[in-house]
Design a protein around this ligand. Structure first.
Ligand SMILES: C[S@@+](CC[C@H](N)C(=O)[O-])C[C@H]1O[C@@H](n2cnc3c(N)ncnc32)[C@H](O)[C@@H]1O
Length: 261
């Protein structure tokens, strides 16, 4: 079997300001005062790690990611920090972290019922697990991906792509799983409204994330065809505003779980 294609840090960073805002909002709800050990799981190019390190300059902050391309960018951005190649699916820590930060990564992982308690058990007493996940699979942007994949000449080839990201749990699921793991839980959801240049910018936004499992499986000709059909499909849901921009609605789920001392 061929290796899974790597993430593309440059494409991801095309919308860096918009993508970093949820990390800022998430970190604002972490009430730790003097953490000693922090880790940013799925740290990507280091944009979220930079915020954690700036908020807690006296702590040792590390980043972990499964993408060599992302890690290379993160190391260049924050040369004083340690970044390790690893898979959150099999990650745990017996010493215990004060802060486990995971922005925009856990939605790619299966079995949240097993994963969230495992992460909670890797916290020190009083430590925080801070998570943000897109909750956008029912948005037109994502419904259209699945429809185009299922209807095109590539339907068979792309059947497996859909399974790369399954639906996340309900508010009640995360609250229950984390309470059972000994945590106090704060959950909320925010819909960001991003004014993007045009319809094409929506495709550019998702090329490094939601569209990636589909496009990775196609030839460059197939990719162009897929994106053209995708744009046609999403057009009615994202009409141009009076200034020509389109409004991308983006619901995101936030969780801050504190391990009882
Ligand atoms: C959408 S980016 C988020 C980057 C950054 N945390 C941020 O806030 O912008 C998702 C990152 O998760 C990483 N990732 C995906 N699955 C992973 C896994 N199983 N283990 C570790 N990292 C993973 C990807 O390589 C990518 O860098």
């Amino acid at each position: 079997m061929s290796a899974k294609p790597d993430w593309d840090a440059a494409q991801y960073l095309r919308f860096e300001d918009e993508r970093t805002r949820p990390s800022i909002d998430l970190l604002a709800r972490v009430s730790l005062t003097q953490p000693k050990r922090c880790i940013d799981l799925g740290c990507g190019p280091g944009n979220s790690t930079e915020l954690v390190a700036a908020r807690f300059p006296d702590a040792v902050t590390e980043g972990l990611d499964s993408s060599p391309d992302m890690l290379e960018k993160a190391r260049r951005r924050l040369p004083g920090l340690s970044f390790v190649l690893g898979d959150v699916n099999s990650w745990s820590d017996s010493t215990g972290y004060d802060l486990i930060f995971a922005n925009a990564v856990l939605q790619w992982l299966p079995d949240h019922e097993g994963l969230f308690p495992r992460l909670a058990r890797s916290l020190k007493p009083g430590g925080c697990l801070a998570v943000q996940m897109p909750n956008n699979l029912s948005e037109p942007s994502h419904v259209a991906m699945r429809e185009v994949a299922a209807e095109g000449p590539w339907a068979e080839k792309l059947a497996a792509a859909k399974a790369e990201r399954s639906a996340i749990g309900s508010f009640g699921d995360y609250r229950r799983w984390l309470m059972e793991a000994g945590c106090r839980v704060d959950i909320w959801q925010t819909t960001y409204v991003h004014a993007l240049a045009d319809l094409g910018a929506i495709a550019e936004w998702f090329k490094s994330t939601g569209l990636k499992p589909y496009l990775d499986r196609l030839t460059s000709e197939g990719q162009q065809d897929f994106v053209a059909r995708y744009l046609e499909r999403i057009a009615p849901a994202y009409p141009a505003e009076s200034d020509g921009k389109v409004l991308l609605r983006f619901p995101r789920l936030f969780i801050v779980a504190t391990r009882e001392g």
